[in-house]
Design a protein around this ligand. Structure first.
Ligand code: 13P
Length: 242
């Protein structure tokens, strides 16, 4: 099964309605429909409006998180079914900022991934080691454990995407070296069932200047972009590199 490259933007907690001009600007840049899938995950308040703004362009919209249950007494939370209802196709689960800020464990992430699939969304399951893990040579142990705990059993390559985001490379301007990325992506592929078909994205300070080198690596099937996804111009430049 060919692995269509996926370039995904994670806007995190950025973006008001005036950010929606992004979609026309991205389409005008010529970066759309060039053989890779484009996805933007705006804050939940903008999901429905982003679906509307992107409707005539070949750009998909996703959520940044979902609750593991489809409905219930969970003030402030959003279910996968709600994201789907708003027109989303994807949802990020287990981002390191959620794991750190909200105490999300692998069990919780796995339940969210299951809920996402149940609602018709494709979960982007995030994994990645901290600097301390890497400096102590434990990056494969940590990522291996996260994979084993966060991917629901019975999931095949078509059901999910993995994003490898070393925590120390997020928002720091530091990217992992090409060798480190290649080694970790190959390791991840070896750890998941039917790994040859699974799309594995790299995330962590991806920008127009480094995208080409990273995206050319064998086991890198796309990128999960934070800061550089906030401007259509830089996101488009990354997409064109793919
Ligand atoms: P930056 O691209 O800003 O480092 O963020 C990466 C990330 O966390 C995407 O999910």
């Amino acid at each position: 099964m060919p692995r269509t490259p996926l370039i995904a933007g994670n806007w995190k907690m950025h973006g008001l309605t005036d950010a929606l001009g992004f979609f026309d600007a991205l389409a005008a840049s010529g970066a759309v429909s060039r053989g890779c899938e484009l996805l933007v995950c705006p804050p939940a308040t903008l999901v429905a409006a982003a679906v509307h703004a992107a409707r005539s362009h070949d750009i998909r919209i996703g959520g940044q998180d979902c609750h593991a249950e489809s409905s219930g007494a969970h003030t402030g939370d959003i279910s996968a079914a709600m994201l789907r209802d708003a027109g989303a196709d994807y949802v990020i689960v287990g981002h390191s900022e959620r794991r750190a800020d909200h105490g999300e464990t692998d069990d919780i992430v796995r339940a969210k991934a299951e809920a996402a699939r149940g609602a018709g969304l494709t979960p982007i399951i995030c994994v990645g080691e901290t600097l301390a893990d890497r400096e102590s040579g434990q990056e494969e142990d940590v990522v291996g454990r996260q994979l084993a705990g966060s991917i629901p059993s019975g999931f095949g390559p078509a059901h999910y995407v993995i994003a490898y985001e070393p925590v120390w490379a997020i928002g720091t301007g530091r990217t992992a070296s090409a060798d480190d990325i290649a080694a970790m992506h190959a390791f991840i592929r070896s750890q998941v069932p039917d790994g040859e078909g699974v799309r594995i994205l790299y995330g962590g300070s991806v920008k127009p200047e480094n995208a080409r080198e990273i995206l050319a690596l064998d086991d890198v099937d796309g990128a999960l972009v934070g800061g550089a996804s906030l401007k259509a111009e830089s996101f488009a430049a990354i997409a064109v590199s793919a």
